[in-house]
Design a protein around this ligand. Structure first.
Ligand SMILES: Cc1cc2nc3c(=O)[nH]c(=O)nc-3n(C[C@H](O)[C@H](O)[C@H](O)COP(=O)(O)OP(=O)(O)OC[C@H]3O[C@@H](n4cnc5c(N)ncnc54)[C@H](O)[C@@H]3O)c2cc1C
Length: 427
């Protein structure tokens, strides 16, 4: 157990308060509770709630295994994902990247999930492991004593406002990025200034056999934007378009629905799959989602998942990185209680390893957005790089060294420099 159980003043005292019950928050909460600490999750919404980000990377398997949810996933109705396939602006398809062909292990087949159900499952798991979860509990601010985070101010649905204390505050608020905004740590990635318009359809064309669950990434004619097609269960498919923020919204008129349809006209391969399909809800819009914090942790606080940063939707890496950072932070928090050291260096000691993996995915994101770069051409010249690319697409960036592909790739497109954003906020 943590060393600080009890009550001080009239405040409730927790070892760890996790703000946000998405996949990142539920992961840290489950693992820290399993270590025996007193954990509270505060979630603004009432689950189940809609969330975008339905396609998982195979690399999530190892987090699911540790969290003990693999059996639930195997028994679920979620669609199995064996591969990802890319289509050029002219509609030409790459060979599908079948993950299991590179690693014939059950971890190479993953899931396309309905996030409302998936996030509920993850939150239930945290509760089963001993975390207390309060929904309809919106954190207004993290409370600091000097530079040290000492708790949170929370507002419940009934209007009651309460201060709660904790030795460690974990920000898992997703794109709200509560702490990094407040502490002015948020940095945006100007080259990846994108927006997305998305919805679900029922019906439409589905491939057969193991290709039924494939993620498809389809460029529009001039490569100004691209569509994802993520087949979910019940004959539902998640479809979204991603493009430059200026391109999609600032340089033309029209409602988001009209813009979505205009882009669909430029993507024959996507359009033909939706013939006869019924759109299930009005399109949703999100923008400016490529950002990062300059630190992962400080005195008494730590950032995980999207609350730390988000790259880009193209390789479906968001949930994978949310789970990974959630795991790494949980171990660092447990160690912090052991050592009685709640410094940024201790709570964020995992930062550089985590960021190195994220950097590899980021480089591949840049290659994808380079208009005259083609993965097919690159692999024709450098067939030895296929394993490295599949490793990144699978989320094996923390298992295998994928960096050798970037030298030859950098000769065919411009890749970003490695940025070590990690710095501790220790005082
Ligand atoms: C267009 C688009 C497409 C994407 N597609 C994919 C994909 O296919 N695959 C993939 O893996 N990822 C995808 N992602 C990324 C994915 O959505 C995120 O990476 C993932 O949800 C991060 O999990 P998280 O737990 O960090 O945050 P979230 O899932 O956002 O959870 C954060 C939680 O915190 C709660 N919260 C926020 N503020 C407060 C507060 N003040 N108090 C209390 N609670 C609060 C929210 O209600 C929410 O439930 C996509 C992202 C975008 C933008």
């Amino acid at each position: 157990m943590g060393k600080t159980n009890g009550v001080y003043g009239k405040k409730e005292l927790y070892d760890v308060i996790v703000i946000g019950g998405g996949p990142a928050g539920s992961t840290t909460a489950a693992l820290v509770a399993e270590y025996g600490h007193r954990v509270l999750v505060l979630e603004r919404e009432k689950f189940p709630r809609f969330q975008i980000g339905e396609s998982l990377m195979p690399g999530t398997y190892w987090s699911f295994k540790r969290l003990g949810v693999l059996d639930k996933l195997k028994k679920s109705a979620f669609t199995r994902k064996y591969s990802v396939q890319f289509f050029s602006g002219s509609g030409k398809g790459s060979a599908p990247f079948y993950f299991y062909k590179h690693d014939p292990h059950e971890s190479s087949v993953t899931w396309q999930v309905l996030r409302s159900e998936f996030d509920q499952m993850m939150m239930d798991n945290a509760r089963e492991k001993g975390a207390e979860v309060r929904q309809g509990a919106s954190v207004l601010q993290v409370i600091f004593d000097g530079d040290r985070a000492i708790g949170v101010r929370v507002k419940y649905r009934n209007g009651r406002v309460n201060d709660l204390s904790a030795r460690v505050v974990v920000d898992a608020t997703g794109r709200s990025a509560l702490l990094s905004r407040k502490l002015n740590l948020k940095t945006v990635e100007p080259e990846l200034k994108k927006a997305s318009i998305f919805t679900h359809f029922k019906g439409g064309y589905r491939d057969e056999g193991i290709d039924e669950g494939a993620t498809l990434i389809l460029h529009t004619k001039e490569k100004d934007s691209w569509f994802w097609s993520i087949p979910l269960s019940d004959d539902v498919v998640s479809v979204g378009v991603v493009g430059g923020l200026d391109y999609l919204f600032r340089e033309r008129e029209g409602t988001p629905q009209e813009i979505f349809e205009t882009e669909l006209e430029k993507c024959a391969r996507m359009k033909e799959r939706l013939v006869g399909a019924e759109q299930l809800f009005p399109v949703k819009v999100t923008q400016d989602f490529s950002y990062r914090s300059r630190a992962v942790a400080g005195l008494g606080w730590v950032l995980i998942g999207d609350a730390y940063g988000f790259l880009d939707p193209v390789y479906s890496s968001g949930v994978f990185l949310a789970l990974k950072s959630g795991e790494m932070a949980a171990d660092a928090i447990h160690e912090a209680f052991d050592k009685d050291d709640f410094s940024g260096a201790q709570l964020g000691g995992w930062g550089s390893e985590f960021i190195a993996g994220m950097e590899a995915i980021r480089k591949l994101v840049y290659a994808f957005y380079t208009k005259d770069f083609s993965f097919a051409q690159f692999l024709k010249v450098h067939p030895e790089c296929v394993d490295g690319i599949v490793d990144i697409l699978s989320g094996k960036v923390y298992i295998n060294d994928v960096t050798p592909i970037f030298k030859p790739m950098g000769e065919m497109c411009s890749l970003p420099e490695d940025v070590d954003y990690y710095e501790t906020m220790e005082v």
